[in-house]
Design a protein around this ligand. Structure first.
Ligand code: DC
Length: 262
């Protein structure tokens, strides 16, 4: 350890790994973004990686239920470092092993992120409702999860990160120092999803969105590989009737307290 590093370790709280899991529409993205900003941490939205695999499959003419082909595609994308995530703010965190000078890096800042697939900005394309379905499908394929696992773990190597997803506290970073499971009622999550879609110019009826939310929940919780499940040591946070700022503050205080005692 350098003098500088040891000095820093004495003076500043540790930079922890924070896992935020939960079902679709629980407000994870907003909370994770706000928490990362509040703590000065880097954010990785892992759902974007699954969405990008779904989009890449679509572009390659591979159907989402063609498990061997989608699995092989995900492995190729990982090997070729074809997916990169860039921050609009904050310093980048590398997703690649230090020995590789490749393009798969991520830097997701406090105010959103840009996702690139072979250099092509797919940030908007992966947010289409169809890609939510595609991501849910491809995320059930073990080979896809395996291909994306290393990338996600690398993002957590240095600490000072918030990883947001479905299996961060259980599979990706089981030893994360702070784990949260964020949830909300299905109706509230559907209402939020509807507003989110409307803001992007897509109008959908409440019942249709609710149906989509519930069927994604089922698919995510019932799949045999890395199902959506609260880690035994995760703090359950219900965001149903609470202001986002209050939730973020509560979570930040937990992280800060744990960072001080380390
Ligand atoms: O959070 P999101 O809606 O962008 O996630 C898209 C899909 O990817 C969702 O159906 C669940 C899946 N996913 C996953 O299986 N594991 C993760 N760590 C993140 C997302």
């Amino acid at each position: 350890m350098t003098d500088r590093a040891s000095e820093r370790d004495f003076l500043l709280p540790a930079r922890l790994r924070v896992a935020i899991d939960g079902p679709a529409g629980a407000g994870k993205s907003t909370v994770a973004r706000g928490l990362a900003k509040r703590l000065g941490y880097v954010l990785l939205d892992t759902g974007a990686l699954y969405r990008t695999v779904a989009l890449a499959a679509r572009r390659a003419g591979i159907t989402w239920d063609d498990e061997p082909a989608v699995g092989a595609l995900a492995q190729t994308l990982a090997n070729e470092a074809a997916i990169s995530v860039e921050a609009s703010e904050s310093a980048p965190v590398s997703l690649m092993p230090p020995s590789r000078d490749s393009a798969v890096s991520t830097a997701i800042g406090g105010s959103g992120m840009r996702v690139l697939l072979r250099g092509d900005d797919v940030s908007t394309a992966i947010r289409a409702p169809e890609m939510s379905l595609g991501a849910s499908r491809v995320s059930a394929i073990p080979a896809v999860r395996a291909a994306l696992l290393d990338m996600q773990r690398r993002a957590g190597l240095e600490g000072g990160v918030v990883l947001e997803g479905r299996d961060i506290g259980t599979v990706v970073l089981p030893d994360a120092e702070a784990k949260f499971f964020l949830t909300a009622s299905a109706a509230i999550r559907a209402r939020r999803r509807m507003e989110e879609l409307a803001a992007r110019g897509t109008t959908m009826a409440f019942e249709a969105v609710l149906h989509e939310v519930e069927s994604r929940d089922r698919a995510d919780t019932e799949r045999p590989v890395a199902p959506l499940k609260q880690a035994s040591d995760a703090i359950l946070v219900d965001s149903s009737d609470r202001p986002v700022a209050e939730i973020i503050e509560e979570m930040a205080l937990v992280v800060e307290a744990r960072a001080r005692v380390r």
